[in-house]
Write a protein that binds this ligand. Structure first.
Ligand code: 13P
Ligand code: SF4
Length: 354
């Protein structure tokens, strides 16, 4: 639906008034009405780098979710202020690993005698506290576009990886990219004593996967894949690695949002694609390629938007920009210095991966 013209004009005016003092970042899963005002768009890896590359911008308005704004605050200078237009834009996956739970897990690994040889690898989709835990224990952050390189690095440092908080990205990367078997992976359940694992299971495992998942990508199923193959003969199924292992195994291609965008760009005219990732992005891609005779459909019509990504809408963006233009910093995301120090170490390790 077209955006309210009054709000569009206000967003434009506030951005113009702020000029180079503001830099607006938009994650690929954001609404069209928000993406329209983004200075850059990207996946979480690209946006982290883009935020770090703009030291002259006084304000970074992050159109994405809370953990992304935290990462931007960690990677920008102390003088820069990061704003999240709606503080309720969290991420259910990031919330599945709290600092207390992860500290307890490390105690369990220590008691099993494996902490000394375990390297934590945390997905970008985690709180600053979890990133700091990772940095404190010599680990790295990864995103869906560099998880393979992050695991290669980690297995050069130690014998095991504790992968947080997305079990699916961890399992898919270990099995698809690292050639491990499903038996090399165990799932640590933070709601069970000892993670629901015996010390022997922890000693035998190579990948200790945190029991977290994405509530959007986790809903694509084998039935989604079977249904779309039946409906669209010859369709290429392309899914994000946050999908379950069985879905990834049944798909034709797997990759991060940037990978998905590139794959469609390079796809020949006449090709057909079913995409298993967030709906805002899939709809934009479908519209972009409709005129070029590439058919792009959503992998499962019963799955919906990421509700927290969608919290950032044009009214919230206008409010944030107009407040900044009036000299009022609203919804600032600020990580405390101690957490920031260790979280930055883990993020910088990721940025330095070959
Ligand atoms: P990427 O941006 O790394 O592809 O991650 C997808 C996601 O779920 C972000 O919330
Ligand atoms: Fe979190 Fe999934 Fe939404 Fe990304 S799509 S913000 S991982 S709930």
């Amino acid at each position: 639906s077209p955006s309210d013209p009054d709000l569009v004009a206000r967003a434009r005016a506030a951005k113009e008034a702020l000029g180079d003092r503001v830099f607006v970042l938009g994650h690929h899963y954001q609404r069209d009405e928000v993406i329209e005002f983004a200075d850059v768009t990207g996946d979480s890896f690209k946006l982290a780098r883009d935020a770090a590359a703009r030291p002259e911008a006084e304000y970074i308005v992050f159109c994405g979710v809370h953990f992304m704004a935290e990462s931007a605050d960690i990677l920008t200078t102390d003088a820069q202020q990061v704003v999240l237009p709606d503080l309720a834009a969290g991420c259910s996956m990031a919330d599945m690993a709290t600092a207390e739970q992860v500290a307890e897990c490390w105690d369990v690994l220590t008691e099993a005698g494996v902490a000394g040889t375990t390297v934590p690898v945390s997905y970008m989709n985690s709180s600053a506290d979890i990133k700091a835990f990772t940095g404190r224990h010599g680990g790295t952050i990864c995103t869906s576009s560099n998880a393979h390189r992050a695991l290669e690095w980690a297995f050069e440092q130690g014998e095991k990886v504790l992968f947080l908080p997305d079990q699916h990205l961890g399992r898919n990367t270990a099995v698809r990219d690292m050639g491990m078997s499903l038996d090399d992976c165990v799932v640590y359940n933070p709601h069970k004593p000892g993670g629901g694992l015996t010390p022997q299971q922890l000693r035998d495992a190579r990948m200790i996967l945190w029991r977290g998942h994405c509530s959007v990508h986790g809903r694509f199923s084998l039935d989604s894949v079977a249904e779309v193959r039946e409906r669209i003969p010859g369709v290429n199924v392309l899914v994000h690695p946050e999908c379950k292992h069985e879905v990834v195994a049944a798909a034709d291609h797997v990759g991060s949002t940037e990978y998905i965008i590139r794959a469609l760009e390079e796809a020949p005219a006449g090709s057909k694609w079913a995409i298993g990732t967030e709906l805002n992005l899939v709809r934009r891609l479908a519209a972009r390629y409709a005129s070029q005779d590439k058919e792009v459909v959503f992998l499962d019509r019963t799955v919906c938007f990421c509700s927290t990504m969608n919290r950032i809408d044009l009214p919230h963006l206008v409010w944030a920009l107009e407040s900044l233009a009036a000299g009022r910093v609203v919804n600032r995301i600020q990580v405390d210095p101690e957490t920031e120090r260790y979280a930055r170490a883990a993020l910088e390790r990721m940025l330095a991966l070959p």
